[in-house]
Design a binder for this molecule. Sequence first.
Ligand code: CP3
Length: 355
Amino acid sequence: MTSRLADSAYLRACRGEPGDRVPVWFQRQAGRSLPEYRAIRGPGSILDAIAQPDRSTEITLQPVRRYGVDAAILYSDIVVPVHAIGFGVDIKPGVGPVVVDPFRSASDLDRLRPLEPDTDTPYVLETVRQVVAELGDVPLIGFAGAPFTVASYLIEGGPSKNYTVTKAMMRTDPGLFGQLLDRLADMAIASVRSQVEAGASALQLFDSWAGSLHADDYRRFVQPHTRKVFDAVADLGVPRAHFGVTTGELLGVIAETGPEVIGVDWRVPIDEARRRIPRPVALQGNLDPAICFAPIPAVETEVRSILERNAGHPGFVFNLGHGVLPETDPDVLARVVEIVHAEGRADAAVASPDA
Ligand code: CP3
């Protein structure tokens, strides 16, 4: 890693180091809100587009060029590993991941062999290498789906509102549920390790739907597996980020899994989120993606209010509280980047935790 990359605003913020600006990137910054994405995405499943490194490289770079964001996120998906080992997953446009034959019993474990990134997802690694060569001093964030969130798709068979089958399996067969999450943890570990080894300079674990659980269930059924993933990639020496929505009540138990960066959605203000986490971590968030549909002055007010709540804390990465919505006007996001870069401060003195 070059020293200018190591010193980039995003990586500094992840380490909680003061800098001259607040870094910003957007979850789902590469995607349907960009006309240049729609122009080259091609027909068919997104899984086919992901399997083409030249196309995926270009898509990953598009938002960096357009917005001047402080990090790129790999164009891939959380179900790519389970798809690659042949579990039978597709992604339906406007719907999300769907599973032909959902995970329901112990015999389904046989359908989840370990991931071998070099042979199962060589296209992901080729994309990482190409993107990193193009990005120069801009960091690339690699990622994987967290065990619980990927399991919810495999068990439910698709997107879910209430996670009824998943939550029933937790209680009727906690042993099987644990084995499933353990295998998915191993796959996430193999996947993010291979991305970092190919050149990604940070990693994010998406546990998007963990916020559907109360803290006791999270601690019992999910936390050990998420912690296993973070522990197994600690030696890579890159920032480890966690993300989920509606996790306001879980911020403390999520922090126990070990990440350096914790994503916060818009339901909990940044200063309050910091109070809920009993150790120093960097926070990432937390503009409501729906606010981007309000008139520009209202968006500006909201962005400024988040920056004010952060009060110059150096461990802060500006982002949306969830992904960019497909109908978002890219000019609004461009304005958000402008304000964060012009007005965000990352220079406040922060009391050391044991002071
Ligand atoms: O800029 C980026 O973030 C691009 C990389 C990326 C994608 N998916 C590409 C994608 C990332 C980081 C993801 C993660 C992902 N995938 C998550 C976690 C983040 C979150 O949003 O909570 C989840 C839950 C998924 C599963 C998934 N894949 C969903 C829910 C959808 C949306 C379905 C739809 O069409 O609305 C997808 C498809 C998908 N993955 C798209 C993109 C750009 C859009 C569909 C397309 O272009 O064909």
